[in-house]
Design a protein around this ligand. Sequence first.
Ligand SMILES: Cc1cc2nc3c(=O)[nH]c(=O)nc-3n(C[C@H](O)[C@H](O)[C@H](O)COP(=O)(O)O)c2cc1C
Length: 203
Amino acid sequence: MAIDKKIGIILASTRYVRQGLGVANYIHGLVEPLAAKAGVSIDIIDLADHPLPFYDEPAYPMMLPKDNPSPHYINSYAKKWSTIISQYHAYIFVTPEYNGSIPAVLKNALDHLFHEWRGKPVGIVSYGTAGGARASVHLAEILSIFKVNTVATKVTFKSSPKAHDFYVAAKAPQPEDVQRWKDDGSEGAVGVMVAEILGSLLG
Ligand SMILES: Cc1cc2nc3c(=O)[nH]c(=O)nc-3n(C[C@H](O)[C@H](O)[C@H](O)COP(=O)(O)O)c2cc1C
């Protein structure tokens, strides 16, 4: 089957020692076979690999030409970020909760662009000590500005703070957390979320 649609998993935690890479790898492992069956490819877009200074563009991203905004940014890093995000047809945000919201690095990455996000299907996965539900709600509110299609099923993973070292070393969640996510339905919710994204993407 020809693969011409791409989903980007956007990893919103950038600190060197983080649980986020383990969570994103786990989500990738769940989503990849479901997406491949539908002829859709999937990549992790790690914000740590795309460092952006705080937003500093003279033009509002929403005022740039909607069909091809990338060349119209002033800063080379913004042009590059725009080009990367434009290549994807849908996104799954994987975000921790920091002080009741999303990390500043994710807000900054969102603020840099507008048309690149607009109208595309989006899934939200949050994680953290309490599952990151407040970050998930805030992210959905922000994304509504871009008129994306945030799918109904939001996934929250309660991750164990005591397992931090395991996540960092293994780049994967600790097995006890994975078992809990199977038992509490969080893992199953990923499949529902992906079906909703694929339904929106492929019609
Ligand atoms: C600065 C900071 C603020 C946090 N605030 C919250 C919070 O408001 N609610 C929560 O449930 N967990 C909170 N946590 C716990 C994180 O969600 C948890 O440590 C998660 O693993 C962080 O993701 P990361 O390791 O990928 O950065 C916070 C952690 C940090 C570092």
